[in-house]
Ligand binder design. Structure first.
Ligand SMILES: [Zn+2]
Length: 168
């Protein structure tokens, strides 16, 4: 390790201890040239990598590009800026890594996406819900639409649910 004081590359570790509940190591070092002390930290690259538990019990590493792909599919050609989708993915990733330590069920991720999509674009929401909630009948879809219409939203630039101009 290069000494931050004199630039010599000649140090000796005088103390090592675990930090961050064993996820890191803190090393006290002394420079052999100038005898000043400094500290380095070592930790695992990408700590707390989440694993997604799917409906059938299979496990996959959490992957933001997969989440982005399913959101993009639901958004289709709707006028939803790329930046809005990216922010949605980022927010969910941040929430999940804060709230879950090792594993998270795919259904939970879907719920998070839905909760946010509902405030972004209702058509995208319904498309994602149809895929995610496995809507298999018109009745089920109708019920979901009624729920959607009855719930208040705190939306700024909300798309109308059935926009004649957008229905091409
Ligand atoms: Zn030094």
């Amino acid at each position: 390790m290069i000494c931050p004081y004199c630039g010599a590359d000649n140090d000796r570790v005088i103390d090592s201890r675990a930090t961050d509940a064993g996820r890191g190591v803190r090393r006290r070092r002394v420079c052999e040239a100038c005898e000043k002390r400094f500290t380095t930290y070592e930790r695992v690259d990408q700590p707390n990598r989440l694993v997604v538990v799917k409906r059938d019990g299979r496990r996959d590493p959490f992957n933001t590009s997969k989440m982005m792909a399913s959101i993009t599919a639901a958004c289709g050609k709707l006028p939803i800026p790329e930046a809005v989708k990216e922010q949605l993915v980022e927010e969910i990733e941040e929430e999940l890594s804060r709230e879950f330590e090792k594993e998270v069920e795919s259904a939970m991720i879907g719920q998070r996406v839905l909760a946010k999509l509902r405030d972004i674009n209702k058509v995208a929401y319904i498309r994602f819900a149809a895929e995610h909630l496995r809507i298999e009948s018109i009745d089920q879809l109708r019920k979901e639409l009624e729920d959607l219409e009855s719930r208040p939203t705190n939306v700024r630039d909300q798309q109308p649910l059935f926009d004649p101009a957008g229905a091409r």
